[in-house]
Design a protein around this ligand. Structure first.
Ligand SMILES: Cc1cc2nc3c(=O)[nH]c(=O)nc-3n(C[C@H](O)[C@H](O)[C@H](O)COP(=O)(O)OP(=O)(O)OC[C@H]3O[C@@H](n4cnc5c(N)ncnc54)[C@H](O)[C@@H]3O)c2cc1C
Length: 317
């Protein structure tokens, strides 16, 4: 039988943003509920080494970090529920969310922390080699390729920015693009083409990532001639964009052209009072665990202030 779960603070998503919002929300007495979704712990659960989350001198493991974050959230009073939200209703208070299970979740405030998944090519070897040479985040993993050769796949701003970032670490960066020109902004292209470490393979599509225990070669096909080739590499960065998990909110919240939730600049506030968005779902620029956690904190602080003001006004009558 369907159950209705009520809370002061309803959080959708259990990555660094949702769990940090929960830690702050619980400590502010809002007794949060976190609906975890299909990926409890979020994107860091699918990676291995994390070397840039503050507080840890040694390399830590993504899944371990997220277990600790969840344990901390539960320790201070968060209820974690395993469900996926399929519908949200913002017309009136409390806000309502309907789960795949049929359960209903009601919150006086709603924090959206559903993240943005990296787009993958979907070719053989990609998922098997993820974390073993194949990555979708140069900021996260570039440091592991000091003095090595890497390839970047893509042709937009993200790919060019990732390639330029990787020149800080790698000895050689090869950009692989399936067309004969880039979509990236001209200024980025100028910087890319001028860089002595960078070369471009035009009209090449990736067919397979291959290697024994980790990535060794990327197998390519020429998109014009059909000719097959391969490039030896230590690492490959897939940079073909991200897909924010915002289908639920279409027509209910303002989304930008790429589907990210629009918030008031510098805050997690959406246009609906009491509905906040934090983490990668509202951030197409930084997309890091620590920035997700930071905006999760901001969402909880704003949520607490919002409820305190509302309660004060209600008490005045
Ligand atoms: C392979 C990889 C390696 C990375 N390495 C690093 C690194 O080393 N350092 C770093 O700082 N960052 C790294 N990142 C980026 C980092 O993981 C993200 O920036 C961060 O996880 C974003 O946190 P988030 O909470 O906004 O979203 P996510 O972590 O994406 O979490 C989203 C959550 O929302 C839930 N959800 C989605 N839809 C629904 C729904 N309908 N109902 C309920 N729940 C839902 C999901 O189940 C998930 O729990 C890496 C990312 C990847 C993919």
């Amino acid at each position: 039988m369907a159950t209705t779960h009520k809370t002061r603070m309803l959080i959708i998503g259990s990555g660094p943003a949702g769990l940090t919002a929960a830690i702050y929300g619980a400590r502010a007495g809002m007794e949060p509920i976190v609906v975890q979704g299909l990926q409890p712990g979020g994107q860091l659960t699918i990676t291995t080494d994390v070397e840039n989350y503050p507080g840890f001198r040694d390399v830590i493991q993504g899944p371990w970090l997220m277990q600790e974050m969840q344990a901390q959230a539960e320790h201070v009073g968060t209820r974690m529920l395993w469900d996926t939200i399929t519908e949200v209703q913002f017309d009136g208070w409390p806000f309502r969310a309907i789960g795949d299970s049929g359960d209903v979740y009601e919150g006086d405030v709603l924090v959206i922390a559903t993240g943005a998944q990296a787009r993958w090519l979907g070719v053989p070897g990609e998922q098997e080699m993820s974390g073993k040479g194949v990555s979708a985040c140069a900021t996260c993993d570039g440091f592991f390729y000091r003095g090595k050769k890497v390839v970047v796949i893509g042709g937009g701003n993200t790919a060019v920015e990732e390639a330029l970032y990787l020149t800080n670490h790698a000895s050689e960066v090869v950009l692989i693009h399936r067309r004969d020109s880039l979509r990236a902004e001209k200024i980025l292209q100028d910087r890319l083409f001028a860089h002595p470490k960078v070369s471009v393979l035009w009209n090449k599509a990736v067919e397979r990532f291959a290697g024994e225990t980790g990535l060794q070669t990327v197998e390519l096909v020429d998109t014009v001639t059909g000719e097959k080739s391969q490039v030896a590499t230590d690492g490959a960065f897939v940079a073909i964009g991200h897909a924010p998990a915002t289908d639920l909110f279409k027509g209910k919240l303002e989304l930008d052209a790429s589907g990210y939730i629009v918030v008031e600049a510098g805050t997690p506030r959406t246009a609906i009072p009491g509905v906040f968005a934090c983490g990668d779902v509202m951030d197409h620029t930084y997309r890091q665990a620590v920035t997700a956690a930071g905006t999760g904190c901001m969402a909880a602080l704003d949520a607490e202030r919002f409820l305190a003001e509302r309660d004060f006004e209600a008490a005045k009558g």
